[in-house]
Design a protein around this ligand. Structure first.
Ligand code: HEC
Length: 409
């Protein structure tokens, strides 16, 4: 197809000719941008304020056109996921912004203002269980890992019967020092006899099982996780909730901050579908120094029929892209496909349609990294060969996969 024809087709996406702020642009910003661009959010400036919007309008439109803002997600065209309408801009919305720029950012008439119906993200109603770590001030005592601390806390849930977690809301107390938080259910008997419940324990390179019985993880950008359609993850009466915190000292003003983060959860005594987190990922990659686009892929053969409800991909700051797909009889079925990865926008993708797998199907995944100077997020000024590890300047390639494993046969 000729380039001119492509442009004509794109232009025909139904953007209003008279695109103006009040009628067309404000609802797009409300739906897609203000979850981050408010004083409380992770992004700079307040995009609810019309003067601010006009001051950054050029860059805002450019970022939207280039797919940089809102930060990229997996492509809903590969497999659609909960909230994709709100988390990604569609072609019509982008075309509307382009048209607005062509009209010199016309304001229009405030009387035409249309308010998008945006639900407040980040707040989950009806939680019935809250667990928080005892207030803790990281000491960053590990010199080999300066400025980083991994601390694991075992929290009692106080229930005398098994129960199911059906939704989780992270409670982030000290966001400037929190790099990630993982919560899992582990057997109380598996803890060492002298486990320090009050202060937690150092747990770098020893995840205390949190990742094995993982319920969910929080990293910058994550939103509450809701398992729909009567699904949930079991927590045993004889288990504790193990929370692994990764703290990092992001600046001198973060020294001495006391953190009491945790989770609020919705629970149920029983569920129709019992979910479990399957940890897939790679640890044997070596990312060459200076390589702008290094990819590594591996696969896993499903031992029995299984259903995949969602995936939480996770890399560190060198991450640039990822993919995941199922291969059956040499045919591929797409699970995730992200041309770009943003460490500051890590999301759980809960699929609208679970993927149905048969025993023997291959699940493939691929991580891509940019370990060159063109990656402005890099930790080391001079790019270095980078291997797997939990430290911020090491890399990860994980796909925490939410599955319902059917009984074989
Ligand atoms: C998940 C959070 C998030 C969402 C959603 C988001 N942003 Fe951002 N935005 C950020 C963060 C963080 C930064 C600053 C760091 C960076 O540039 O990556 C930023 C930076 C920007 C910048 C400044 C970039 C520069 O040139 O300095 C603009 C403009 C912007 N965003 C516009 C938007 C628009 C328009 C939307 C909605 C279409 C949006 N953002 C949605 C988090 C977000």
């Amino acid at each position: 197809m000729s380039r001119a024809l492509v442009l004509v087709l794109l232009a025909g996406c139904g953007a209003p000719r008279d695109a103006n702020y009040y009628e067309h642009v404000q609802p797009i910003l409300e739906e897609h941008c203000i979850r981050c661009h408010t004083p409380e959010g992770t992004g700079p400036f307040d995009l609810r304020d019309v003067e601010t919007v006009l001051a950054v309008a050029d860059r805002a439109v450019l970022h939207a056109e280039q797919g940089v803002m809102p930060p990229p997600t997996t492509d809903p065209g590969c497999r659609d996921f909960q909230g994709s309408e709100r988390l990604t801009l569609d072609r019509r919305e982008i075309a509307t912004l382009t048209q607005w720029a062509r009209r010199d950012f016309a304001l229009g008439d405030p009387a035409d203002a249309v308010s998008a119906e945006v639900s407040e993200p980040g707040v989950l109603a009806d939680t019935d269980l809250e667990v928080r770590i005892p207030a803790y001030t990281p000491t960053y005592a590990d010199e080999a890992n300066s400025g980083n601390e991994y601390r694991c806390f075992a929290l009692e849930h106080g229930r005398s019967e098994d129960f199911f977690v059906t939704a989780l809301q992270p409670i982030i107390d000290q966001s400037p020092i929190l790099h990630h938080m993982v919560v899992g259910a582990v057997d109380r008997d598996s803890l060492p006899a002298n486990f320090d419940f009050a202060n937690g324990v150092d747990c770098l390179d020893d995840d205390m099982g949190a990742i094995d019985g993982m319920l969910t993880a929080w990293a910058p950008g994550s939103e509450p996780v809701v398992f729909e359609n009567g699904a949930g993850i079991r927590v045993g009466a004889d288990q504790v909730l193990m929370v692994q915190m990764h703290y990092f000292q992001s600046g001198p003003d973060t020294v001495g901050l006391r953190d009491a983060s945790g989770y609020a959860m919705r629970t149920a005594p029983s569920v129709e579908t019992e979910l479990a987190m399957l940890t897939l990922g790679s640890v044997s990659f070596r990312i060459p120094a200076g390589d702008e686009n290094y990819t590594f892929s591996e696969s896993y053969r499903a031992p029995s029929a299984m259903r995949i409800y969602g995936v939480f991909p996770h890399m560190h700051v060198l991450g640039r892209s990822y993919r995941m797909w199922v291969e059956r009889d040499r045919k591929d079925e797409c699970l995730l496909d992200a041309e770009a990865y943003d460490f500051h926008n890590q999301l759980h993708y809960l699929f609208n349609e679970p993927a149905e797998l048969e025993a023997g199907d291959e699940i493939h995944w691929e991580c891509g990294w940019n370990n060159s100077r063109s990656n402005f997020e890099r930790i080391h000024d001079e790019p270095q060969e980078t291997l797997y590890g939990e430290r911020t300047d090491e890399e990860m390639c994980f796909f925490f996969t939410l599955t319902e494993v059917e009984n074989a046969g």
